[in-house]
Write a protein that binds this ligand. Structure first.
Ligand code: P6P
Length: 294
């Protein structure tokens, strides 16, 4: 089944149209990656040097979304303020244009992460109507989730074709994927990691949230970019990274947590808001929360 057919069968027309328009950007972004590998002199609001490709992808996606007329406002990891889009737009979008872009130099996984809301920002992640990511790897894939389920599509010469429908995390996970320096982990988190290693989980960490999470969605386990002793809120951005992925993992029967509760229920203080991010199998998240509480 082609993506457009799947969207129209399962979603209202406008949401289906928006996600289909987003999917059309995949091939165009993929084609540009080889030519935009350098650094700019600019810094984003997180103080990180913007790569040429971050800036380009951000502008490209914003312009393409404006053409749909469906988007009212947009919050991007690469924009300091909310971007006004189309006055008659009905959706509000969170965007990480190229998550893990520093991976491009080493030819590792990168991807685009999008959250789709009807409610105006600031809105907790629980209000998302849909969330999706496009992964630029050996294959180009798109995963989208609504409250009706999580589905994966593969980009072929005929367009995106459905390869997995109503995805659920495997009951028994296999992988753990953890960021941050071990010396900066809390004692509770260290204890949790030792526990999963004891249970035989394998370490897989590739340096892009979307790429690492995609492995957890396939093989089960946990991804964590934890609270650090020197950065209690961790590194990942609540709005542009953690909320969309948390929506997807919860629709796939897993859980998200900031160490205490679902990330989707985190109050939203600012665009720059970071959050400790734990996503994966329910049993692992529950064990983690208990361990951190001790
Ligand atoms: P580190 C990419 O910059 C990112 O925001 C996430 O995609 C990824 O999980 C994390 O940072 C990687 O951080 O500290 O391992 O380089």
């Amino acid at each position: 089944m082609l993506l457009k057919e799947h969207l129209l069968k399962n979603l209202d027309k406008k949401l289906a149209s928006l996600i289909f328009e987003i999917s059309k950007m995949c091939e165009l972004i993929r084609r540009e990656l080889p030519y935009r590998r350098g650094k700019t002199t600019m810094k984003n609001m997180f103080g990180e040097i913007q790569l040429v490709v971050d800036e380009w992808a951000n502008q490209f996606i914003i312009e393409e979304l404006k053409k749909t007329g469906l988007v009212k406002t947009l919050v991007s990891e690469e924009e300091a303020d909310i971007v006004k889009m189309s006055k008659n737009g009905i959706f509000n979008i969170s965007l990480d244009p190229l998550d893990g872009s520093s991976n491009i130099e080493s030819n590792n996984l990168v991807g685009t992460i999008i959250g789709i809301y009807k409610k105006d920002f600031p809105a907790p992640g629980r209000n998302q109507k849909a969330a999706l990511y496009m992964l630029y790897g050996p294959l180009d894939t798109l995963v989208y989730a609504t409250k009706k389920g999580v589905h994966e599509f593969l980009l072929t010469n005929e367009g995106f074709i459905l390869i997995r429908e109503n995805i659920k995390l495997p009951t028994k996970g296999k992988l753990y994927s953890v960021g941050g320096l071990r010396k900066d982990w809390s004692s509770g988190f260290k204890e949790f990691v030792e526990g999963v290693e004891e249970k035989g989980y394998k370490l897989r960490y590739g340096g892009s949230f979307v790429g690492d999470f995609n492995q957890i969605l396939h093989y089960g386990g946990i991804f964590a970019y934890p609270s650090l002793v020197n950065k209690p809120e961790g590194k990942l951005r609540l709005v542009s990274e953690s909320n969309p992925i948390s929506f997807i993992v919860e629709q796939a029967g897993g859980r998200s947590s900031n160490g205490k509760k679902s990330i989707l229920d985190r109050e939203y203080k600012s665009l720059q808001q970071r959050t400790p991010t734990y996503v994966g199998n329910k049993d692992l998240i529950e064990t983690l929360e208990k361990t951190l509480k001790q």
